[in-house]
Design a protein around this ligand. Structure first.
Ligand SMILES: [Zn+2]
Ligand SMILES: [Zn+2]
Length: 140
């Protein structure tokens, strides 16, 4: 828990009990989570508390919001210490079977060249299909 408190403080967030719980849930799952996923993980917190923590986290770059294959907002931890590093994001994979979203960190995003006058703040890249788990469970 000390490490989490330290990480939050470095991003300018006071480490309260609720905030540490939400952070821990995101660390444990190793994948982007929706509000609903978090509610199921954090039964001791009510929906509005979780939402408040996530909003604050997003403002301080503790988490990033990602949209999943159904247009639902997911939250994942931002692993960049440096705020200017948002463009070096990663690919996400949405499994149409189990409806989970995975981070594919091993794969770099293709470099894009925007026309003059456009200034990007973030970029998302979503691949849809079947995850290894669902692929394996298929009856042949
Ligand atoms: Zn799956
Ligand atoms: Zn991710």
């Amino acid at each position: 828990m000390d490490e989490i408190a330290h990480k939050l403080e470095r991003k300018g967030v006071k480490p309260t009990a609720n905030r540490m719980l939400v952070y821990q849930a995101l660390v444990d799952q190793h994948r982007p989570l929706s509000m609903r996923d978090l509610e199921m993980q954090l039964l001791t917190l009510d929906k509005s508390s979780i939402f408040r923590v996530l909003t604050l986290f997003a403002e301080h770059d503790v988490v990033h919001a990602v949209e999943d294959g159904r247009g639902i907002e997911l939250y994942e931890l931002c692993h960049h210490e440096d705020e200017s590093d948002h463009m070096s994001s990663h690919v996400h994979f949405y499994c149409e079977k189990c409806q989970r979203t995975y981070c594919i960190e091993e794969m770099a995003l293709p470099a894009i060249q925007l026309p003059e006058g456009y200034h990007a703040h973030s970029m998302s890249f979503m691949v849809k299909g079947e995850c290894p788990q669902c692929n394996k469970n298929k009856v042949r």
